[in-house]
Design a protein around this ligand. Structure first.
Ligand SMILES: Nc1ncnc2c1ncn2[C@@H]1O[C@H](COP(=O)(O)OP(=O)(O)O)[C@@H](O)[C@H]1O
Ligand SMILES: Cc1ncc(COP(=O)(O)O)c(N)n1
Length: 273
């Protein structure tokens, strides 16, 4: 019995609606038996219909939150979500190196599903040049992978090329998520570990309640890495976790509702090959 309490830190934005951001991350960590902590990058006034306001925190606030957690508690894995600006990305990259974090999961949040910008356009460069070289895995959705590689992604072959290109920026593993593959009845998340590709396939669930799916997915990867799982097993659990969360969504709000972060505990394993 592993008596050590495993701990994960999320460095991301607050989603007042509770479905994405640090709220999704902390709920997911908890469901996977990992003690969750958070360093906020920004506060958003948000619900299932969209984002009504974005209020970034100062670099000092981000830096001090990270230091406070690391100095006293320590972490076994960390994820980044919404980071908003070049300045905040630079702080985070500096902390990764200062604390010699190994299990760093970068979810390159750029645009909320409602269309609001959560990352300034000029900050993409900092993700590529400063954060990726010191990260363990990046988990872009298809539009984010297109921005990061500056190439359109239409086919599975395009996705493989994009994964290789992102790997070339220094990150150890790349997961290109398939949720935005419109019109497909099967969704494929593609993992590239520098040597080979692994596909995680599931049926597309017909629902509009997919708010925070990427946050939840990357938080599940983070929690599993905190437990010492390898990337393959971490992604496998995350895929099952998010599938259960979407399949059993709660129908909250009048727009894109959140997923069900406690579904996985009842349907462990999920419908994933
Ligand atoms: N309608 C859906 N049915 C089943 N799985 C989905 C659906 N939408 C997204 N997913 C899964 O949720 C995870 C997050 O993917 P995606 O929605 O593309 O991320 P993001 O929220 O960053 O846009 C992936 O594992 C993806 O396959
Ligand atoms: C604070 C915050 N972080 C991330 C997302 C992305 O979630 P989604 O892609 O489901 O809109 C969000 N909407 N809000």
């Amino acid at each position: 019995m592993n008596t050590k309490t495993l701990k994960a830190l999320t460095i991301a934005g607050s989603d007042s609606g509770g479905g994405a951001g640090i709220q999704a991350d902390l709920k997911t960590f908890q469901e996977l038996d990992v003690f969750g902590m958070s360093a906020l990058s920004a506060v958003t006034a948000q619900n299932t219909l969209g984002v009504n306001g974005v209020y970034p925190l100062s670099t000092e606030a981000v830096s001090k939150q990270i230091d406070a957690v690391t100095a006293d508690i320590g972490i076994d894995a960390v994820k980044t979500g919404m980071l908003f600006s070049t300045e905040i990305i630079e702080v985070v990259a500096r902390k990764v190196k200062q604390y010699e974090w190994g299990n760093v999961v970068v979810d390159p949040v750029m645009i909320a599903k409602g269309g609001s910008r959560l990352l300034q356009e000029d900050a993409v460069k900092a993700i590529k040049e400063q954060l990726l070289p010191v990260s363990f895995v990046i988990t872009p959705n298809i539009p984010e992978a297109e921005v990061l590689t500056n190439k359109p992604i239409r086919t599975l072959e395009d996705r493989k090329e994009a994964a290789k290109q992102l790997y070339g920026l220094g990150v150890k593993n790349v997961v290109i998520k398939g949720g935005h593959d419109e019109g497909q009845t099967e969704l494929i998340d593609l993992l590239y570990d520098g040597k080979e590709f692994h596909s995680f396939t599931s049926k597309r669930i017909e629902t509009k309640h997919t708010h925070g799916t990427g946050c939840t997915f990357s938080a599940a990867i983070t929690a599993e890495l905190a437990k010492g799982k390898d990337i393959l097993d971490a992604v496998r659990v995350a895929k099952a976790f998010i599938h259960a969360a979407i399949e059993n969504s709660l129908g909250i709000g009048n727009g894109h509702g959140p997923t069900n972060h406690w579904a996985y505990r009842n349907v462990r394993g999920g419908d994933v090959k």
